[in-house]
Design a protein around this ligand. Structure first.
Ligand code: SF4
Ligand code: SF4
Ligand code: SF4
Length: 307
C-alpha cells in the first residue's frame, strides 16, 4: 500500500487524537517566523562562478579538515553531485545551463536556517535552538545523540560524527554565529569573490531579491527560494532557471514542526519508547519528502560533468 502524506496523518490521527486533545500549543517557532531581527543570506546563483572559496572559508572558520586552499581548487569535484558532511558544512554543485552551455549554474548549499525548523522541534533537550537573530545553533553538551534532528530536517542537513567514538556531535552550518558576535561577516560571504552571497536582515534581503527580479526579468525566474518554503528560511536564493532543475527540493509552504510536534507530544503522552518516535518521524519525513510536492534532485536534473 502506498502511504501518502494525507493517508499517513489520517492513520496517526486515530491513535493520537485523545493524547493531543489537551496538548498546549508551542508558540516559539511561530514567533520566530515573524522575528524582525532575523538575519539572512541572499545567494544569487547567477553570480556564482563555482570557485569554491566559500567551501575553503567555511572549512577554515569551523576548523574542519584544515586543508590548504589548493585542495579547494580541484574542479574535478564537480563531476558528481556532493552532499554536506560532518567535515563540510557547505558544498557547491554544478548544473547544466540550457541557456548558455559555457556558463554552468553553480549552487552552494548549507543549513537553510529555517524560521520554523524541523530539527529544533524534534530535539528533545533543546540542543538545537533558534537564536535571537534566527540562526539555528547547537549546544553539544546538551545533545543526547538521538539524531532525531537528522530525521526531521526536510533538507537532510545535520550530519553526525559517527567516526568519533567518545564525543560524537551533530554537525552543520551555524551561520558563523561566533563570527557574527565579533562583528564579522559569515566567513563564506566575506570570501566570495563575485559577492554572490549577500548577508543582512532577512526582511531587507527579501526586498532586494524582489527588486533584482523586477529589474532583470530576463535574468531571474520570479521565485525567491526560501521565502515561503517550509514556512520560510533565512537563506534565500535567486536563480535563472527552475529550482528543482538545479538540486533544490520542491517543498511546500507548511513548516515541519506543525507535523512533528503533535507526533512527538502524543508519543510522550502515551509513554511510547524513543524508538517509536524515531520510526514515526522517519515515516513522516519520508512521506513529506516523497509526496507529490517533492522532486528528488537526482532524478530532476543531472549535474553537469562536461562543463
Ligand atoms: S535546514 Fe535542517 S538543520 Fe537547518 S534549520 Fe532547517 S531543519 Fe534545521
Ligand atoms: S555561514 Fe559560516 S558555517 Fe555557514 S556555510 Fe557560511 S562559512 Fe560555513
Ligand atoms: S565563493 Fe562565491 S562564487 Fe565562489 S563558489 Fe562560493 S558562492 Fe560561488
Amino acid at each position: 500500500m502506498k502511504l501518502n502524506r494525507r493517508g499517513f496523518f489520517q492513520v496517526m490521527a486515530a491513535g493520537t487524537a485523545t493524547a493531543l486533545a489537551s496538548q498546549p500549543a508551542q508558540a516559539s517557532d511561530q514567533a520566530q517566523a515573524s522575528n524582525p531581527n532575523s538575519i539572512g543570506m541572499l545567494v544569487d546563483t547567477t553570480e556564482c562562478i563555482g570557485c569554491r572559496k566559500c567551501e575553503f572559508a567555511c572549512d577554515m572558520a569551523n576548523n574542519l579538515t584544515g586543508q590548504p586552499v589548493k585542495a579547494f581548487e580541484d574542479m574535478k569535484v564537480y563531476d558528481r553531485e556532493r552532499r554536506m558532511s560532518e567535515n563540510a558544512f557547505t558544498v557547491v554543485n554544478r548544473y547544466a545551463n540550457p541557456e548558455d552551455s559555457n556558463r554552468p549554474i553553480y549552487v552552494k548549499s548549507q543549513c537553510m536556517h529555517c524560521l520554523k525548523p524541523g530539527c529544533t522541534s524534534a530535539c528533545l533537550v533543546g540542543a538545537l535552538r533558534v537564536g535571537d537573530n534566527g540562526a539555528v545553533v547547537y549546544d553539544a553538551w546538551k545533545c543526547l545523540g538521538c539524531r532525531y534532528c537528522m530525521v526531521a530536517c526536510p533538507f537532510q542537513v545535520p550530519m553526525y560524527e559517527y567516526d568519533d567514538p567518545l564525543t560524537p556531535r551533530v554537525r552543520k552550518c551555524e551561520f558563523c554565529h561566533t563570527r557574527l558576535e565579533e562583528g564579522k561577516l559569515p566567513a563564506c560571504a566575506e570570501m566570495c569573490p563575485p559577492m554572490a552571497l549577500t548577508f543582512g536582515s532577512r526582511e531587507e534581503l527579501l526586498k532586494l531579491a524582489h527588486k533584482k527580479i523586477e529589474s532583470n526579468p530576463d535574468r531571474y525566474i520570479d521565485h525567491v527560494y526560501g521565502e515561503k518554503e517550509v514556512g520560510g528560511t533565512s537563506w534565500l536564493y535567486l536563480a535563472s532557471r527552475e529550482f528543482e532543475k538545479t538540486g533544490f527540493l520542491k517543498l511546500g509552504e507548511g513548516a515541519v514542526p506543525s507535523l512533528t510536534e503533535p507526533i512527538q507530544h502524543a508519543i510522550f503522552k502515551l509513554g511510547l519508547p524513543p524508538l517509536a518516535l524515531y520510526g514515526l518521524l522517519g515515516a513522516m519525513m519520508w512521506t513529506y519528502r516523497n509526496g507529490d510536492e517533492y522532486i528528488d534532485p537526482g532524478e530532476s536534473e543531472e549535474t553537469d560533468p562536461s562543463a
